[in-house]
Ligand binder design. Structure first.
Ligand SMILES: [Zn+2]
Length: 117
């Protein structure tokens, strides 16, 4: 069925990994955004307040990096569901599954990624 060299099992594993990462990122982004608002609404709850104080200093820079990662991962999910899954978008070679699992945002092989424009 698959026209690529990627095993269906690997592809499903990768999709699961990316989906897991996407939900982690969505949780981080929704938890950390309106910090001030949350503190007010939970003012009566000392434990929740303490928790917020510990987790609060998520920098804007980190948040915007998370947003970029999230949009890359969303694109990768779509890519992993096509016949082009695991095929380098630049040179067309098969990207090793180990690399795809290690770098969930990538759609390039090592050679292409390291010679990035
Ligand atoms: Zn390549």
């Amino acid at each position: 069925m698959s026209v690529t060299g990627m095993h269906e099992k690997d592809r499903l594993q990768l999709i699961a990994l990316v989906e897991q990462r996407i939900s982690e990122l969505q949780k981080i982004l929704s938890d950390s955004h309106p910090i001030a608002e949350k503190k007010q609404s939970q003012a009566g709850d000392a434990a929740a307040n303490l928790d917020l104080t510990i987790n609060a200093p998520v920098g804007e820079k980190i948040l915007s990096e998370h947003k970029i990662e999230l949009s890359q991962l969303t694109k990768n999910i779509a890519w992993l569901k096509t016949d082009e899954a695991g095929v380098c978008i630049r040179c067309g070679c098969d990207i090793p599954t180990g690399r795809l699992k290690a770098v969930l945002t990538t759609r390039q092989c090592v050679a292409c990624a390291s010679s990035n424009d």
